[in-house]
Design a protein around this ligand. Sequence first.
Ligand SMILES: *Cc1c(COP(=O)(O)O)cnc(C)c1O
Length: 393
Amino acid sequence: MTEQSAQPGFSTRAIHAGQEPDPRTGAVVPAIYQTSTYKQDGVGGFREGYEYSRSANPTRTALETCIAELEGGARGFAFASGLAGEDTIMRALLAPGQHMIVPTDAYGGTYRLINKVQRAWGVDHSLAKVSQPDAIRGEIRPGVTKMVWIETPTNPMLGISDIAAVAEIAHEAGALLVVDNTFASPYLQQPISLGADIVVHSTTKYCGGHSDVVGGAVVVAKDVAVQEFSDAAERIGFHQNSMGAVAGPMDSWLTLRGLKTLAVRMERHSDNAEKVVEFLQSRKDVTHIHYPGLDSHPGHDIAAKQMKRFGGMVSFQIEGGVDRALDVVGRTKVWTLGESLGGVESLIEHPGRMTHASVAGTELEVPADLIRLSTGIEDADDLIADLEQALGA
Ligand SMILES: *Cc1c(COP(=O)(O)O)cnc(C)c1O
C-alpha cells in the first residue's frame, strides 16, 4: 500500500499526530491530564471545549487524534477496553430488529457480546466464514442486515478476509463494514483505505504493546458508504459520552506512548514470527501451522495484498491432542503462559481452555489441540530454543 503523498509517513504520524509540544512549557510529551473537571470562564465558558472528563479529556483527545490519523479515518474514539468500543459501535448504530453478520472465527469475547448481550437487546446475527465473501453475501437479509463485522486476521485461527470484497458486498446491501484490526494493527493494515466504514481495536494488544494497559479504539471513515449512517461518527461520539466507557487519562497516555513505537515493534514481531514458523515447519509433530505468511495458507494472496507484513500471531496444532497441547503450554520459560497478545513479551496459550473457553459448544469452538503464540520482540533464538525444549525431542 502506498502512503498518500500529502500526509506524513506512518511513523511520523504515530509520533506527532495530536501531540504538539505543550505551548506553555515546551514539554514534548502530552501531559497526563488527571482531572475530572475544568474551570469555566463564566457559565458555559469552556476552554477548548473541555467541560468534564467523561465528555472529553486532553490526553484522550491526543490519543483519539493519533489513532484516527494512523487508520486514515476522520474521527477516533478511545474506550476503557476493546469490548467497550465494540459495544458502543453496535449500540450507537443498530436498533432492535436489525441484523448483523459475524465471523465464525473471532475473538471469543466479541462473539459473547453479540450472542448474549446484543441478541438479548434484540439485534440478531448470522455467522459466516470470513474467508468466503459469498458466504457473507448468502447471509444478507435485505433491509434488515445493517452491519457486517469481520476480523482479519482472525483470533485465533488466523483466517483472512478480503476487506475490499466484503466492503462491496456490505455496501450493496446497505450495511456498514466494521473491521476488528487488532491482530494487524494500523501499521500492517488500514481497512478504511480498502473500503471499511469503521475500524475497531483492542488497543490492549499491539497499539499499547507493553501489556500494561487495557483499552479500545474506534475510528470512523470520512466517507461512510451507507447514506443512513453518514452521521456514524456523531452517533458513536454521543454514545461514548452517554454510556461513558471512556479511556482514562493515564490509560490514554500509556496507549499513546505505545503507538509511538508501533512501526518498529511490528517489524520485529513479524521477523520473529517468521522465524518461529520456520522452526515449527521443521517439526514432524506439528500437524498444522496457521500463519498468513505461509504460501500454503488459504488467505495468503489476499493477506499479501492488503497487509504490509504478516504480524506476530501464530497458531499451530500438534500430535497428541489436548493433553499434549496443555502440557506444552505449561512447559515454556521464555514464552509466558497467559491470555492477551501483542505485547513486547512472548505469550503462549491454549485457546480452547483460555481465551476462547466462552465459545465452547458454539460454531466458534476452536480445535482442542490448538496452541496460540503471540510472538514478542525478544531474541528469536531464545524463543525457538524454548519452544524446542517445551515440545521435547
Ligand atoms: C482482545 C481482543 C478484543 C477485546 O478487547 P479488550 O481490550 O480485551 O476488551 C477484541 N478483538 C480482538 C481481536 C481481541 O484480540
